[in-house]
Design a protein around this ligand. Sequence first.
Ligand code: SF4
Length: 476
Amino acid sequence: MRHQNFIDRDKLYGMLDNNAPTESQLNDILNKARKLKGLNLDDVAKLLCVEDEADIQKILDTAEYCKDEIYGRRLVLFAPIYTGNACVNNCVYCGFRRDNKALKRKVLTLDEIETETLHLLRMGHKRALLICGESPRNDANYMVEAIRRCYAAKDEKGSTIRRINVELAPMSVEDYAKLKAERIGTYVCFQETYDPIEYAKFHPAGTPKADYLYRLTCMDRAQEGGINDVGIGVLFGLVDYRFEILALMEHARHLEEDYGCGPHTVSFPRIEPAEGTPFSLPENIPHPVSDKDFMKIIAIIRIAMPYTGIIISTRERPEMRDKLVKYGVSQISAASETNPGGYDEEGDNTAAKPYEKTGNTGAQFTLGDHRSLDEVISMMIDGGYIPSFCTGCYRKGRVGADFMDLAKPGLIKEFCKPNAMFTFREYLEDYASPATKEKGLRLLKELTQTFSKEDLKKRVEGNLCKIGEGERDLYF
Ligand code: SF4
């Protein structure tokens, strides 16, 4: 079944003309946002037109409030595994594009996927994102085997990957059903740009990706294939970011109206330089998004879709990532490599061994954050954040609409905060450097005192104690 286009390009661009809010309109919108019920398209269009520094700060403050009310200080960590960089497409901004002769091509064998998984496990990761270019070599059958091997890998401490998300090219309903059967978490696919006219310029004709509508409706097919946990996103820098934000809102509305549940996550990648890809150099990016605007749009999405996870990757520099988590980001990748086999090439990235960048070939883009997982966690502790590797909701079946029902009354804190603390304690026991462990345990002790319900506090203390004694994988 061919699904319909739900993006009205002219309407969305039209909403951005002279639509800056008056002071009282801005205050009304931000007061509405503080009720944690989200914002409509018109509210968001007005916020996108705000340019005044003091008014932007009001938006950021509101986002910080919403983030704190819903997510507390929890921040979910994951890492990608690039299974292959072969690609039949020619997206002008991407290092994996077919015509990039400078790129060393590789599609991992199942043994190599296991090796990459072991590197992640030995750092302390529990959540992996499998990702690759679009190629018959990475088809759904290959991904099924890749997922199985990734879940099956076990390190010396007995740790396994507990949740695999996948970021893959659009597929048929039948192929989505195959992925669903392998217990994937979130299916992620970015539209890159929702502007169909500009889309055609960046995705040359004759490639599968040139089909704008097939990509736009991939989440509809994923739903038909049984996947109700999906992640959307755009590549910022291709067109006016304000249009993209409105289009993301429209995509979320479409999913909510037609399938009863909006996206689980929205990702915010900005174009980064890629090997052999002149388009990706800063001077060639058509609509670069400044740090200031980037913070603003993350804050706007946080208050417009308060229960949707916001993801940023190691494309962003540490200073920027540390700011963005305050204003809305709820998930970050850490200690990532973006080339197939990259973790193995770098050697053993255990927490005790500082991560050293030696330069990549075969990578999709240049990284902005080269810190080890232990360094990222250490800085999170310093900022009062709780690193989380939690997969409890997914494994208890609290996903899709069920997750949203749970999240909306604010119960997310009741489950997610304790579960985050349990996975954090596991990390400290098994993988942290001595200095990180010491301050992490101190933070956990302080956090335990913040539960007002006595019975919950006791249960949390009990589980933390059991983990200290060697039990693993405890969650509510
Ligand atoms: S963006 Fe994706 S589809 Fe396009 S060239 Fe890169 S890997 Fe291939």
